[in-house]
Design a protein. Structure first.
Length: 414
């Protein structure tokens, strides 16, 4: 046990207009003495009350992790919604809330006491949140403490590579899970792998009832293109190449593996040509129509599209250096990795809400697939540098109603 045996988080958030200029406040106190340990607040631009309240909770949990890890924790908020959802008594139904709830649950220790309090008993956090909202309404930035740059998607401190994944270690079949509450031991068979690949042993035996409804997402990278072979940046707005001959063979093998081994309910695809062509092959084998989801498209690389990383470093040395060292930096005319991550996780949240309890195949690209894996493992953003996703490979993740997740299979090729 550290310096503190018991601590309390008081958190709040709100917006002027719902949605409107928004901010949050969070306070960490010693439950024994009542002394202030740390506080955080931030104006977050335009958002809803519920988003701001979750942001306040996440900031409070990060204060806990920094200053009092291992201490008994009590969380007090005047948001009935957040308290009941985090306590597991209410479902997280809104797609915008699911990524926030996932992040909060992963930051929280296994044992938390969740308490709703009237606003008059939450005045410290309420005052900080109102100062942040006032600043947001004036178009100013208000920050107290060191709040996370992007708490809805976890900590982030590195950049990523182009569509053909940059130099990295190949990560094989793996498994991980985030337990929610202690549960009794029991036996339960693991979900199957796809394409003849063994799935990881079930990391949560007997937890089905506690974890709630399971939604299985099978992420299938598109088959090979000529740009994949040449290792060129290839995002929307560029040439948008289709599959080459090998890519079509890879798509067919993937489709046959799915048809033989998995009962698929829904087939989704990025709007780009190479994913649509891969998805069409899969859809024909499964007898399913393809639904296009724009959120799962590849990162936009702007002016760098069609160039290799070496070309980019020669032509745009300053911009390339910034992009390689900062999540917030964008290729000229393109997207930052943080922007892609937000887009992908919003799309994932809608999928988990719309198709809860089903098995969903998503045909996508290197970066979106790695970002979903990062979310499922609650890993830092720079961990995506250590992932290689092979063309036409399967990555399988289970997401549970409670907010837990488990990675069963990574970059498995049939």
């Amino acid at each position: 046990m550290g310096e503190y045996s018991r601590v309390v988080i008081e958190a709040d958030g709100g917006s002027r207009g719902n949605p409107g200029p928004a901010g949050y406040g969070a306070v960490l106190k010693d439950a024994v003495t009542g002394a202030l340990i740390a506080e955080a607040a931030e104006s977050i631009g335009r958002a809803t009350n519920n988003v701001a309240e979750y942001r306040g909770l996440i900031a409070g949990l990060q204060l806990y992790a920094e200053h009092a890890p291992g201490a008994a924790l009590e969380v007090r908020m005047d948001s009935k919604l957040v308290v009941e959802q985090m306590a597991g008594r209410w479902k997280v139904k809104h797609p915008d809330m699911r990524p926030l709830a996932l992040t909060a649950r992963r930051l929280a220790p296994a044992e938390v006491t969740w308490i709703w309090v009237p606003r008059l008993q939450n005045t410290h956090a309420d005052r900080l949140a109102n100062l942040a909202m006032d600043a947001a309404a004036r178009g100013e930035v208000y920050v107290v403490g060191d709040p996370p740059e992007s708490p809805a998607i976890g900590l982030a401190d590195a950049a990523d590579s182009a569509d053909p994944a940059g130099p990295a270690e190949l990560v094989g079949t793996a498994a991980a899970a985030v337990p929610v509450d202690p549960v009794p031991d029991a036996a339960e068979p693991p979900p199957p792998g796809v394409g003849g690949q063994p799935a990881a042993q079930n990391p949560m035996p007997g937890w089905s009832e506690t974890l709630g409804t399971e939604t299985t997402v099978i992420l299938l990278r598109h088959g090979e293109t000529d740009r994949t072979v040449a290792r060129l940046f290839c995002g929307p707005g560029g040439a948008d190449p289709g599959l080459n001959d090998l890519g079509r063979e890879q798509a067919l093998r993937a489709a046959e593996a799915l048809a033989a081994e998995v009962d698929v309910d829904v087939l989704l695809s990025s709007p780009m040509r190479r994913t649509r062509e891969t998805a069409d092959v899969v859809g024909a084998a499964l007898g399913l129509s393809v639904e296009v989801v724009d959120g799962f498209r590849e990162c936009s690389f702007g002016d760098w599209d069609g160039y290799s990383l070496q070309d980019v470093q020669e032509r745009w040395p300053a911009e390339a250096e910034a992009w390689l060292t900062s999540h917030e930096a964008c290729p000229p005319g393109g997207e930052s990795l943080v922007e892609v991550q937000r887009r992908v996780e919003e799309a994932l949240g809608r999928v988990l809400t719309t198709y809860a309890g089903q098995t969903v195949v998503v045909v996508s690209h290197v970066n979106p697939i790695k970002l979903v894996v990062r979310l499922s493992l609650d890993a830092p953003l720079h961990s995506t540098h250590r992932m290689l996703v092979a063309p036409a490979s399967f990555t399988t993740v289970s997401f549970y109603e409670s907010g837990a997740a488990a990675l069963h299979q990574f970059s498995a090729t049939p």
